[in-house]
Design a protein around this ligand. Structure first.
Ligand SMILES: NC(=O)c1ccc[n+]([C@@H]2O[C@H](COP(=O)([O-])OP(=O)(O)OC[C@H]3O[C@@H](n4cnc5c(N)ncnc54)[C@H](OP(=O)(O)O)[C@@H]3O)[C@@H](O)[C@H]2O)c1
Length: 305
């Protein structure tokens, strides 16, 4: 099903909401991360059509999945109303993983399987809608990953597979061995980070018919409070468009991401419920082509050639 609030990530991929909600900063919420507070945010998302939740095993020092899982356990039936994306592969040097002497990546069969099992347990679910390989690794063995993913899919523990922060050639190399289609590439995209528009990443997504997921859509909030020239130019341009569209700056910048023909899925990162609603209201905005380029030009600092 494809509407203006839902999108199919790939031809053989899952249908997700047009915006996802990311839980990386869940434990930084000034209002806490109790099951009650997490449920309030989940319901705020559902109320505005956001049903897809983006996790990683490592978020919150390996604790975010569990905090989210507690909320799901407190609300039977909620799991069936949402899609869960999570990631594996980054090994943090962290007290929760004393065996990691340094930060590194691990895509061995043993690690992928144990990471998935732990995510399932923490989240209190029997399946992950999408598993992403969090970052490319120079030591990734595509044949080992392929065998592991096919096994996890056969067991029904992982329904779909994707990647994150992969270059086009890294994605293509992995896809050449996987029987399952890669359903997304989750990459950093925002008005301070335009690389993927010009380095082939979004071209590849469109060629393969997969929707990218856009992480840090507000550049970690720097668009709103950063002191550099680019931030100032972007804020000033956003201000003009706010007046024209009668919308808040964050709504305009989510509309800018949503307008792109790759049908990218921005991953909303705020802990504030009013800002979740502000992001979702971007779905009602039809950003004019010249206004899209107005923001592009403000970010680059020069007009297109
Ligand atoms: N795949 C990857 O490698 C990767 C990497 C990073 C993130 N991600 C995913 O992407 C998600 C989103 O990333 P993100 O958290 O960096 O998103 P973001 O929206 O770029 O940054 C969120 C931060 O910006 C602040 N912010 C948002 N709107 C604001 C506004 N209008 N004014 C002032 N501050 C504002 C938020 O503060 P408040 O909470 O106070 O609003 C929060 O601290 C993550 O949760 C994670 O799921 C993936």
């Amino acid at each position: 099903m494809e509407t203006n609030t839902r999108v199919r990530l790939a031809a053989e991929g899952p249908t997700v909401s047009r915006l996802a909600y990311g839980v990386w900063r869940l434990l930084d919420d000034p209002e806490g991360a109790s099951a009650r507070r997490v449920l309030d945010k989940i319901h705020a998302c559902l109320d505005c059509g956001i049903t897809t939740f983006d996790h990683a095993d490592i978020y919150g020092g390996y604790r975010c999945e569990e905090a989210f899982g507690e909320a799901l356990r407190a609300s039977p039936g909620l799991r069936e109303r949402i899609e869960i994306v999570t990631k594996c592969g980054i090994m943090l040097a962290h007290p929760a993983r004393p065996e990691n002497r340094l930060k590194h990546y691990d895509y061995s069969r043993r690690h992928i399987v144990s990471s998935v099992e732990r995510s399932l347990k923490n989240l209190g679910t029997d399946h992950l809608d999408v598993l992403l390989l969090h970052r490319p690794s120079p030591m990734l063995d595509p044949d080992e990953v392929a065998v592991t993913i096919e096994m996890l899919r056969k067991e029904g523990k992982v329904l779909h597979v994707g990647v994150s922060n992969f270059t086009p050639s890294q994605l293509e190399m992995l896809q050449s061995r996987l029987a399952s289609p890669i359903v997304t590439n989750q990459v950093e995209v925002n008005l301070l980070r335009l690389d993927v528009f010009v380095d082939g990443t979004l071209d590849q997504c469109q060629r393969l018919g997969i929707s990218p997921m856009a992480w840090s859509p507000t550049a970690g909030g720097r668009i709103f409070h950063g002191g550099g020239d680019v931030e100032r130019r972007v804020r000033s341009a956003l201000g003009e468009l706010c007046r024209k569209y009668g919308a808040a700056p964050d709504t305009i910048l989510f509309a800018w991401l949503l307008e792109h023909p790759s049908k990218m899925v921005p991953v909303v990162g705020t802990n504030r419920i009013d800002r979740i609603r502000g992001a979702a209201s971007a779905l009602a905005i039809d950003l004019d082509l010249q206004d899209w380029f107005f923001l592009w030009t403000a970010s680059n600092g020069w007009e297109v050639p």
